[in-house]
Design a protein around this ligand. Structure first.
Ligand SMILES: [Zn+2]
Length: 84
């Protein structure tokens, strides 16, 4: 079954965030897993060409998404507290 995945689903599936800006990102085209630490990724694109590679981009997107989600949850909790 083929269907297009949303960006959020891809991030959820391939990116695992760790502590202090670390993350693991699974390659979409192979079983390879890239470890990210800060601005360093293990892939050739980053190691050899010093690019802001797609793994770093995915990590940053996921962090942003988690942050946005946490902020939204916090505001819901705050609203409930004000009601009570
Ligand atoms: Zn990379």
């Amino acid at each position: 079954m083929l269907r297009s995945s949303t960006k959020a689903e891809l991030l959820k599936k391939y990116v695992t965030l760790g502590p202090r800006n670390t993350a693991t990102v699974q390659s979409q085209s192979s079983d390879r897993i890239y470890h990210i630490n800060g601005d360093d990724c293990e892939c050739p694109d980053n190691q050899e060409r010093k690019n802001y590679c797609k793994h770093l981009q995915a990590r940053d997107l996921k962090q942003l998404e988690e942050f946005t989600k946490a902020e939204a949850e916090a505001s819901v909790i705050l609203e409930k507290m004000e009601v009570n």
